[in-house]
Write a protein that binds this ligand. Structure first.
Ligand SMILES: NC(=O)c1ccc[n+]([C@@H]2O[C@H](COP(=O)([O-])OP(=O)(O)OC[C@H]3O[C@@H](n4cnc5c(N)ncnc54)[C@H](O)[C@@H]3O)[C@@H](O)[C@H]2O)c1
Ligand SMILES: [Fe+2]
Length: 379
């Protein structure tokens, strides 16, 4: 336990029901006077983006809204957001929505003060200059993007999901308000909920875990495991919604400061080639990859199982992950991809997984051949 603890979190982080109502004061305090709100069409329709815009205006901030965000954002949306930012002469970004809106907001905020395109900075710590201040307000529970140093942007021309991890991507203000998640339908709740559980598990077994990310990850795993089925079954269960959002934000804080590992490394190429939502592509891999990794970190997986209310045993964890997928209606990989297409790209997917760096933090490190075999097993 002699390891170094290094933590990077948003300077202002508020978690709890109603905290998004403080968006105006906190954005103003962060120096925003002309904000670009980055969000998607659903958030505009539901009135969530409008309510945030009203709060900003009430604090004396001039607002423009950019809502042309697709699910799993691409370089095109980043370019569009940047054009809107320049047109409004904005001095800061307020991102409202799921991980797609938050990740676009992060990319736009840093590209406002860096040359070139976002793809020039893929990987770890490649962004030269800090960006405009960013206020992040998630509406899913959740990617944890509001507290992470990461953004994931797809290069549509190459079908590659680029991961950027850099302290310059960290929001200045994060407002994690579970009340904004009550309209999430069951399938979205399930997919993004398993994403957050994957963040907690991977942060805990990561070779970069430290004493504080361990606390965050264990607490997050317990909260998510105990409440995800409840929210999936009854979206009006407010107590469970609150617990799930807290778990998602803590899991984000854990993985951003430890790392994700093999599940995320293998999941991004699935998303890029088969346009599967991020949470779902993690869910289809999580039991298989956990079972394969178990032997390298039996004690860590047993601690996670215990935190999730199971017997302190890695096999119990794998059984629970399989049961959770079944209960949440997560399909098999074969139901999400065509066999011929899959055969054509698995070798390239394995290379892309390794290239992302994430598998290098897994307790058991795979070769490209082993990754292909794991894709096959999850099929
Ligand atoms: N930066 C990070 O640290 C990080 C971590 C994990 C995932 N991600 C990224 O996040 C993205 C996925 O984000 P996501 O799973 O939150 O989904 P999303 O942002 O893609 O949203 C999915 C859909 O749900 C809708 N939605 C969002 N909130 C809603 C609500 N409250 N009520 C009803 N509908 C709602 C959206 O409008 C959209 O149509 C992926 O691109 C993934 O790569 C980023
Ligand atoms: Fe994730």
């Amino acid at each position: 336990m002699g390891g170094v603890v290094e933590l990077h979190l948003p300077p202002d982080l508020l978690i709890g029901g109603g905290v998004s109502e403080q968006a105006g004061e906190l954005a103003h305090g962060a120096g925003l006077r002309r904000a670009l709100v980055i969000t998607d069409g659903v958030m505009v329709e539901q009135g969530i983006a409008g309510r945030v815009a009203e709060r900003l205006e009430a604090a004396g901030i001039a607002v423009a809204v950019f809502s042309e965000i697709a699910r799993e954002p691409t370089t095109d949306e980043v370019d569009g957001g940047l054009a809107a930012l320049r047109e409004h002469d904005a001095d800061g970004v307020v991102a409202v929505g799921g991980g797609s809106s938050l990740d676009t907001g992060k990319a736009v905020a840093v590209m406002a003060s860096n040359e070139g395109t976002i793809g020039d900075y893929a990987g770890y710590d490649q962004i030269p200059a800090g960006g405009l201040p960013l206020v992040a307000i998630p509406t899913t529970a959740g990617t944890g993007s509001e507290v992470t140093r990461a953004t994931v942007i797809t290069d549509a021309a190459r079908d590659v999901k680029m991961m950027l991890l850099d302290t310059h991507l960290l929001p200045r203000v994060a407002l994690s308000d579970w009340r904004l998640t009550v309209t999430c339908p069951p399938s979205l709740t399930a997919h993004v909920g398993v994403d957050s559980l994957t963040h907690a598990i991977e942060a805990y077994v990561s070779s970069k875990a430290n004493a504080v990310t361990d606390l965050l990850a264990l607490r997050a795993a317990g909260l998510i495991a105990r409440h995800l089925r409840r929210v999936h079954a009854d979206g009006d269960d407010e107590e469970a919604r609150e617990a799930l959002m807290l778990g998602a934000t803590l899991a984000g804080a854990a993985f951003s400061n430890a790392s994700v590992a093999l599940v995320h490394g293998m999941s991004r190429p699935i998303g890029a080639h088969f346009h599967v939502p991020h949470g779902l592509s993690n869910a289809v891999l999580l039991p298989t990859v956990t079972a394969w990794s178990l032997e390298a970190a039996r004690g860590r997986y047993a601690e996670l199982a215990e935190a999730m209310g199971l017997a302190a045993d890695g096999d119990a964890l794998v059984a629970e992950l399989e049961a959770l997928n079944a209960d949440l209606g997560v399909p098999r990989l074969r139901e999400l991809a065509e066999r011929e297409h899959f055969d054509r790209v698995t070798a390239a997917m394995a290379d892309a997984a390794l290239e992302s760096g994430s598998p290098g933090f897994n307790p058991r490190e795979p070769t490209a051949e082993e990754i292909v075999a794991l894709y096959e097993e999850a099929w």
